[in-house]
Design a protein around this ligand. Structure first.
Ligand code: ATR
Length: 291
């Protein structure tokens, strides 16, 4: 890290907990490579102190904040402006300093979009199966509608939650693009050639043998599978995708690109593909992954 001096700017992460975050690796690597006088630090913030944290950070001339669980919606009342996608989703993970306050963005979703593009997946041209209806799945459903995906099958164990998310997104975009189903109704999905995005918490470390759908017949419908999980490096969902001839990806690149987009917004720069690759490599090293 370069010397801290009187001009050093501060960015940081607010959340609870924050100690296992990989975000300092992303931003401090970028600052070093791109020569910006910037440090990035985690800030543990209690749920009752979100307003204080956002206003305090602004008062301290903090350049930008990332926001993680459980504050992604709780920050919104305390920002000056909200980007349209973040506004629709109702959650933000990036606050950018502007005049008189912060502007909130959802770079989790723009990051997922960019991660997919870098893997050769053009979301807007895909037929999508979304697994889950929690906070992450809901945001991805908004992203799909926002990018113009024609049809999304949204499957969840609790079908009422899938229905609620589908209704909300369809209403918000004025078209019936999300179709909700119970998890065990996957055999009703017509044809094949789908991209599946795994947005449930099933298979997350340490429950690495769990998978949301175990039936191989489901995986035959897919050409690719994206798991938002990156611990373990290869989930059972990903293994099943690969065993059935599909391409599988984990969530680390999404995490990398959400950080890159935040960095670009804070510093008004464009991060090159080469710098993005270096960041991803550093993240893997921090996780103890080879290669
Ligand atoms: P996040 O904010 O990460 O999306 P969440 O809101 O807690 O987390 O959502 C977790 C998702 O994983 C939900 O879709 C949940 O399904 P339910 O809505 O039916 O609870 C799903 N999930 C968790 N454990 C599951 C399990 N054992 N089988 C199937 N789905 C599961």
């Amino acid at each position: 890290m370069r010397e801290i001096d009187g001009k050093t700017r501060v960015c940081g992460l607010i959340g609870n907990p924050v100690e296992h975050t990989l975000s300092p690796v992303i931003h401090n690597t970028l600052a070093q490579r791109m020569g910006q006088d910037l440090v990035y630090v985690p800030f543990l913030v209690e749920e009752s102190r979100v307003e204080d944290a956002v206003k305090g950070a602004y008062a301290l001339n903090v350049l930008g904040l990332n926001v993680t669980v459980p504050h992604k919606s709780a920050v919104l009342p305390w920002v000056k402006e909200i980007d349209p996608l973040a506004e629709k989703i109702g959650a933000a993970n990036t606050l950018v300093r502007c005049e008189d306050g912060f502007r909130a963005y959802n770079t989790d979703m723009t990051g997922l979009h960019r991660a997919m593009l870098s893997d050769g997946i053009r979301l807007e041209q895909e037929k999508v199966i979304l697994l889950g209806a929690g906070g992450a799945a809901r945001a991805v459903a908004f992203l799909c509608a926002h990018t113009g995906v024609e049809k999304v099958y949204l499957l969840n164990r609790t079908v009422e939650k899938a229905q609620t998310v589908a209704d909300e997104v369809n209403r918000s975009f004025g078209r019936e693009c999300i179709c909700s189903m119970a998890l065990d109704e996957y055999d009703r999905i017509p044809g094949g050639g789908y991209l599946a995005i795994q947005c449930t918490s099933v298979g997350l470390h340490p429950h690495v043998d769990d998978v949301v759908i175990a039936d191989e017949a489901f995986y035959e419908k897919l050409h690719s599978g994206y798991d938002l999980i990156y611990k373990p490096w290869e989930t059972r969902f990903m293994k099943l995708v690969r065993e059935n001839g599909g391409q599988a990806y984990n969530g680390l690149k999404m995490l990398c690109y959400q950080g890159i987009h935040a960095y670009e917004l804070w510093n008004r720069v464009t991060v090159s593909d080469e710098d993005a690759d270096t960041v991803l490599q550093k993240m893997k090293e921090a996780m103890g992954i080879d290669g």
